[in-house]
Design a protein around this ligand. Structure first.
Ligand code: AMP
Length: 114
């Protein structure tokens, strides 16, 4: 997608603080962190919402989660804990329409979310 901010970040057309990337996923710091650690994991392939991900791309969603758990281990907060969440469409609180997994850590997170 030519006008998608996360596509531009993944293609390095827009600056961001990338912490991990491979052929399929890119992880970078959220511009407006909601926790001491707030990283977004996105696929290079553009899907606007979770609803748009074909069933045969389930492995890509799994790789996004695996990237989050690896980052949690590498950065030393796996044992204390963290949260991964994907927001979908307006009622889910989605504001950027390129799917992304939030990885939040570094403080006690409350439940339920607002
Ligand atoms: P969501 O509301 O679930 O769609 O999450 C979108 C997230 O993207 C928010 O946490 C924003 O702070 C974050 N965000 C928006 N623009 C940028 C950007 N240019 N670089 C990094 N994070 C961004």
């Amino acid at each position: 997608m030519t006008d998608c901010i996360f596509c531009k970040i993944a293609n390095r057309e827009v600056n961001s603080r990338i912490v991990f990337e491979n052929e399929r996923v890119v992880a970078f710091h959220d511009l407006f962190p909601a926790a001491p650690t707030h990283v977004l994991i996105v696929p290079r392939q553009h899907y606007s919402t979770l609803n748009d991900v074909p069933a045969d791309q389930a492995a890509l969603l799994g790789e996004m989660v695996a990237t989050a758990t690896q980052l949690a281990k590498d950065n030393g907060f796996a044992e204390d804990g963290y949260r991964v969440v994907m927001n979908c469409n307006p009622d889910g609180g989605q504001s950027v329409y390129h799917i992304h997994l939030h990885l939040l850590a570094g403080r006690k997170l409350t439940w339920p979310p607002g």
